[in-house]
Design a protein around this ligand. Structure first.
Ligand code: ATP
Ligand code: FE2
Length: 324
């Protein structure tokens, strides 16, 4: 079975081909800026301009023609409406022209499924740390449940906003990681864990007030140490509460080596296994959409043209998981 996956929830436009759970290609083009954040209209322009190029590359690398595809999977939820609409419209058009069935996929669940696939993990907890999302997720009784999450912005958005104050451009996460490596000086910051949830906006305000008085390397180091410790604390508590001993990392922020180190250390101390997929499958990617689309399609799920509208606000725990 060959699945074409289309990812378009935010800044990344991706196309991938998966055959019987083997990833044959995983192509993308991401919208970036030298300074400032994402402008929705520019995002739309970028995705529309790049689509045929990315699609051609994905088909060529997989060495297939579009007629060979059995299912068109697309990221239907959640995300920025402008971006989601592009992916859904392209998927629907291909489905109509080539008479292929559609499979709408929840992007957050796709992050989990690709991690589970590569880790060969049976029943992991997922620490999903990306731009817009920060959730600790685990399977229980027919759904992926959210055990803890951000009460305001995602951790990546926190890093990108902090980066804007420092004029680092978008995305700022990797640049903050590089600056943080140059310091070991911890500057006290608020620590915001509330039960199983975390919050970032207060820390962001606090950091913005400190910019004039400290070296940016020290602020980057302190910001990372604080917010990553918060994530690891709630992740550990979720693992203990659910009695699970596998951890999978997902989302663009999970590319960060310091976060990976803290997660591994925590797992080692509790005799658990920590697994981090390679970077191309941590950041937004179409391979995870194609893979999850295949798994869902095989389980008998269908997305009709009428049901293929975007769901920008669908939550991880809204989706009935009938493939586990
Ligand atoms: P989602 O739609 O799942 O919320 P997203 O659109 O934000 O995801 P991702 O590619 O998963 O996309 O994550 C992008 C985020 O990851 C950005 O905020 C970026 O700054 C951050 N990021 C990328 N690399 C690193 C890194 N090395 N350290 C910290 N943050 C990083
Ligand atoms: Fe994502």
């Amino acid at each position: 079975m060959i699945t074409l996956g289309i990812e378009s929830t935010a800044h990344t436009l991706g196309v991938a081909v998966v055959k019987d759970k083997h990833i044959l290609s995983n192509e993308k083009s991401s919208y970036t800026t030298a300074s400032g954040g994402m402008i929705p209209v520019k995002l739309v322009e970028h995705h529309l301009e790049q689509f045929s190029n990315v699609l051609d590359r994905a088909l060529a690398k997989a060495n297939i023609a579009i007629d060979d595809v059995d299912v068109i999977a697309f990221s239907q939820a959640p995300g920025i409406g402008h971006a989601l609409r592009i992916g859904a419209t392209l998927a629907k058009s291909i489905s109509l022209v080539y008479k292929k069935p559609l499979m709408g996929v929840n992007h957050c669940i796709a992050h989990l499924e690709i991690g589970r696939h590569f880790a060969k993990a049976k029943d992991p907890v997922l620490l999903y740390a990306s731009g817009a999302n920060t959730q600790i997720i685990a399977y229980d009784a027919g759904k992926y449940r959210v055990f803890g999450e951000t009460l305001d912005i995602g951790i990546g958005n926190f890093l990108d906003s902090f980066g804007r104050y420092l004029e680092l451009g978008f995305p700022a996460g990797p640049k903050i990681e590089e600056l943080a490596k140059k310091s070991k000086k911890y500057i006290e910051l608020p620590y915001a864990v509330k039960g199983m949830d975390v919050s970032f906006t207060g820390i962001l305000t606090n950091l913005s007030q400190k910019i004039a008085h400290h070296k940016k390397e020290d602020l980057c180091f302190s910001a990372q140490e604080t917010v990553f410790a918060m994530l690891i604390e709630v992740t550990e508590r979720a693992m203990a509460h659910c009695n699970k001993n596998e951890l999978v990392l997902g989302g663009g922020v999970a590319c960060n080596k310091r976060l990976q180190e803290m997660a591994s250390l925590m797992c080692k101390e509790r005799n658990a296994v920590c697994f981090t997929p390679e970077n191309q499958f941590l950041v937004d990617n179409a391979a995870m959409i194609a893979l999850t689309g295949e798994i869902m399609h095989r389980a008998g799920n269908k997305t009709t043209l009428k049901d293929a509208g975007i769901k920008p606000y669908e939550r991880t725990d809204d989706v009935k998981v009938n493939w586990r």
